[in-house]
Design a protein around this ligand. Structure first.
Ligand code: EPZ
Length: 424
């Protein structure tokens, strides 16, 4: 098994790029199924989840060409509506193929994605919305079979919670439904805007992305197009928090400040100086950070659950207390026990965590608990004195192209090692 080895305690300096957004690329690849001609995606991140989505597309009959960060999907020969379990299980968000495959082929068969390290992750909202559009969906022994016996018809759908995945799934089916669909209390995340912009490029008629009410006028078919995936706001936040935690001065190039409006004021409150310009976001960290106050995760434009762990890493060495309340996923503080191995002081009670900042942290042997928690361990290890080993980094590889390559650009001492190398 591979691990990351980090020598911490040194400030960072330099420029780090932001890659294409994982959480945008995945629904975009699923959306390609809806098109009648080739679609070309630029700026796709080189992640294991993206590779898994490409394998699903190939299984469905699409032809894939990949060159660097460009992925061309030719869906003209698509004919298979069935995704085998092992491909579905490689990536939880594969459920987003349900809406697009059933809308394009009239049926879809895939296994239930199930829970994950973050919690139960039900898909009832996805199914409710797709059924409202006229899909007949049966669930049997963790398998989902959807068919469209009488065509899809537009509907008014109200989501009791603005689920990102449910909004995407419903949108993917609604673009080919007859008549108008209105999705109320839709997710407002920028990735939804990216998906809507891509679909509109292919001939869809979607209005209201980003507003909470999506209006879709169904069209009979979508054509191909060439599209550039938006920059990854969670990766940008990770780099900014690494700079804040380790200290120093960095430029996160290509970061879009308008996607980070809930994080940037918190970093300033902690004492960081930020400069936004055409190149990206420049961060200058203070000698020691101050606490970030009370942070409550919530749907966009609130503070994202995906940035909670990396900001908590900053709070661990800050002066004073910080508190975090998680409202999206029930199991998203698992990194805190690993943080404590490095000397952090954190008190977790249910969905709340209180962090008492300490002056010094020490490197330790820790295990990545999930994707963002794992990246946050790297941010903390950059601050800690001495050497840290992060195990189980397959979680990190799902969301960061090559964490060690990118952080090395900032002068960080970080490398990928085999477990055997550590023992010897
Ligand atoms: C997306 O997951 C992201 N994944 C997650 O990023 C992110 O944490 C999450 O949105 C919240 O922002 C992708 O985009 C691939 P949700 P998703 O549906 O769509 C409940 C990362 O680290 N819910 O908005 O699965 C659910 O249980 C990942 O990159 C229902 O109750 O999130 C949760 O409590 C992790 N019923 C809440 O809504 C449903 O049918 C938010 O889930 C669907 C969701």
């Amino acid at each position: 098994m591979q691990c990351l080895k980090i020598e911490g305690g040194f400030p960072l300096q330099g420029e780090i790029p932001v890659h294409g957004a994982k959480n945008s690329a995945l629904p975009l690849l699923a959306a390609a199924v809806l098109c009648r001609e080739e679609v070309i995606f630029h700026n796709c991140p080189g992640l294991s989840d993206v590779a898994a989505a490409c394998r699903i597309l190939e299984q469905l009959g699409c032809r894939i060409r990949r060159e660097g960060s460009t992925i061309a999907v030719d869906p003209s020969a698509i004919g298979n509506h069935w995704v085998p379990d092992h491909l579905m299980r490689e990536m939880r968000s594969s459920v987003v193929f349900l809406g697009s495959v059933a809308a394009r082929l009239g049926e879809a068969s895939l296994c239930f994605p199930g829970g994950c390290e973050l919690g139960a992750r039900p898909i009832d909202l996805h199914l409710m919305g797709l059924r409202a559009l006229g899909m007949e969906i049966t669930e049997q022994e963790r398998h989902i079979y959807a068919r469209v016996p009488n065509g899809l018809r537009g509907a008014r759908i109200h989501l009791r919670f603005p689920s990102v995945g449910a909004t995407e799934n419903i949108l993917l089916a609604a673009v080919l439904a007859e008549g108008e669909t209105v999705i109320e209390n839709a997710a407002r995340e920028p990735e939804i805007g990216d998906l809507a912009a891509f679909l509109n490029c292919c001939g869809a008629k979607i209005r209201g992305a980003g507003s909470g009410t999506l209006m879709v006028e169904g069209v009979p078919r979508l054509h191909g197009c060439s599209y550039t995936v938006m920059p990854d706001r969670i990766e940008a936040a990770t780099w900014l928090c690494c700079g804040a935690s380790a200290g120093g001065e960095i430029l996160v190039s290509g970061a879009r400040p308008e996607h980070l409006e809930s994080l940037l004021p918190l970093l300033e409150r902690m004492g960081c100086r930020l400069r936004l310009d055409a190149a990206g976001i420049r961060l200058q960290a203070p000698e020691r950070l101050s606490g970030c106050g009370e942070v409550v995760t919530s749907p966009y434009p609130g503070f994202p659950t995906d940035m909670q762990a990396v900001l908590m890493a900053c709070a661990c060495s800050a002066e004073g207390e910080s508190s975090f309340e998680e409202t999206i996923f029930e199991n998203r503080f698992r990194h805190s026990a690993e943080f404590e191995k490095m000397g952090a002081r954190i008190q977790v009670e249910g969905m709340k965590a209180r962090v008492y900042g300490v002056r010094s942290l020490q490197g330790a042997d820790v295990t990545a608990t999930d994707l963002r928690g794992g990246a946050a361990m790297a941010a903390l290890a950059l601050r800690a004195e001495g050497s840290t080993i992060i195990r189980d980094i397959r979680h990190i590889d799902r969301g960061y192209e090559c964490l060690e390559r990118d952080l090395s650009l900032l002068g960080a001492s970080i490398r990928r090692v085999n477990e055997e190398e550590i023992k010897s």
